[in-house]
Design a protein around this ligand. Structure first.
Ligand SMILES: [Zn+2]
Length: 421
């Protein structure tokens, strides 16, 4: 199972996260249509957290499958094995691979409770392992690394049930797709032909096509606003997406996060800069308390120095919008400058999140991976929600780290979010 993990990717869109994978002898990544619906370009992340841009190359909404073209990954060999003759049988073990709630890679073990479960006119593989939106599009594998199905979270109302698109359906989609050029292609499920021009009908058989499959979803005003600022800063906003209305990226050495919070009342931008120094603490505190970098605040939490910016979300609709945009851009630049300043002037180490520490993070991560075991997820812990609880928890934790909410509030909210799991 170990080498299949390298062929499984996190998919990140403006609307959330899902999972995708690469099979033996195919260039493209496979995922669910509903994971990428509304987007023609998305970000994918490999097991080493490298991000790549992916073009949506084929969608089949009826089967709920999509193929993604990632130029940078074409040479990477897929390891997941397809075999149409491989039978899926009742009570056999399956492993559901993916990124539940956008969290780190997880394998959930289950058994096939029905290899042919009819749901809304199609047959699916049914398992006793729960799936959630983050798992969608990921592979269900047998213990030899063969594809059993593609996890789909379309019908996860019930506990103790997960569904997968049958591997034979997936193989058919792959066999039907034979193109050297990359275009956004919509597959007609009646006649198996492909349409590239926006149309309400299949050009071959006249079967109706939902026009929305050609459209890109409108992003929120906040998302557009932030992504414009990121573009001005010179970073690709698609690659920075970390969930709905949430972005993370490195500006030079500094890790910057932008998000909304308090029920979308405030826009936040923040960056952990340095650890507190072993000496010179008094001088440093004087510097921090003298508020040297308006409109930003310097703060300390958990022995770490943060720079942050907060403004009411309504400001991005007002005359102040250009000012706010500039403030976001400059926060990233300022963070990159200040972490060096604190290092040089007060001898503060860079924060763990900083780019210079990536090697260390990588080493720790790999050591952890070695110990990684198959996790059997309790089905009652996972339920479908709109925004991922992990996103909510991340945002909440940041607020607390910036001392913007009290510990009591933090714990209370955390409980509330965890209760929704
Ligand atoms: Zn047709």
């Amino acid at each position: 199972m170990k080498n299949t993990k390298k062929s499984i990717y996190k998919i990140i869109t403006a609307g959330g996260t899902g999972t995708g994978f690469k099979v033996v002898n195919q260039d493209f990544l496979i995922t669910n249509y509903h994971v990428i619906s509304g987007s023609k370009v998305v970000a994918v992340e490999d097991h080493n957290k490298n991000r790549f841009l992916a073009q949506v190359a084929m969608v089949n909404p009826e089967v709920d499958l999509a193929f993604l073209n990632v130029e940078d990954l074409k040479k990477v060999e897929g390891t997941i094995i397809l075999d149409a003759t491989k039978e899926v049988i009742n009570t056999q073990k399956v492993y559901i691979n993916g990124f539940p709630f956008g969290m780190p890679f997880t394998v959930t073990e289950g058994i096939v409770s029905s290899p042919n479960q009819p749901m809304q006119g199609r047959n699916y593989v049914q398992t006793d392992a729960a799936v959630n939106p983050g798992n969608s599009g990921g592979p269900m594998l047998n213990d030899e690394g063969y594809l059993v199905g593609v996890t789909t979270s379309k019908f996860t109302e019930a506990d103790n049930v997960g569904f997968g698109i049958k591997h034979t359906d997936v193989i058919k989609q792959i066999n039907d797709y034979n193109f050297d050029d990359i275009k956004y292609r919509v597959k007609c499920n009646s006649c198996d032909s492909f349409t590239t021009e926006e149309s309400e009908f299949c050009s071959n058989c006249g079967n109706s096509i939902n026009i929305s499959v050609f459209e890109e979803f409108e992003k929120s005003h906040f998302a557009n606003f932030t992504e414009e600022a990121l573009t001005e800063l010179g970073v690709n906003p698609i690659l920075c997406r970390a969930g709905r209305d949430f972005w993370e990226f490195h500006q030079g050495s500094a890790r910057v996060r932008i998000f909304t919070t308090n029920n979308n009342k405030y826009l936040f931008a923040t960056s952990p800069l340095n650890n507190l120094p072993k000496s010179n603490l008094g001088e440093l505190l004087t510097y921090i308390n003298s508020n040297k970098v308006p409109p930003y605040q310097l703060g300390i939490y958990d022995n770490k120095i943060f720079i942050s910016y907060r403004t009411h979300l309504s400001d991005i609709y007002s005359d102040r919008k250009d000012e706010v945009k500039k403030a976001i851009i400059n926060l990233a630049l300022k963070a990159d400058e200040l972490d060096d300043f604190f290092k040089d002037t007060y001898g503060c180490e860079m924060a763990m999140e900083s780019k210079t520490n990536d090697k260390l993070v990588e080493t720790v991560k790999q050591a952890t991976e070695e110990k990684e075991e198959v996790i059997e997820t309790k089905t009652d812990e996972l339920k479908t929600t709109d925004e991922s609880p992990m996103d909510k928890l991340k945002k909440l934790k940041q607020l607390f780290e910036m001392e913007l909410i009290t510990e009591a509030d933090y714990n209370k909210k955390k409980e509330e979010i965890l209760d929704t799991l």
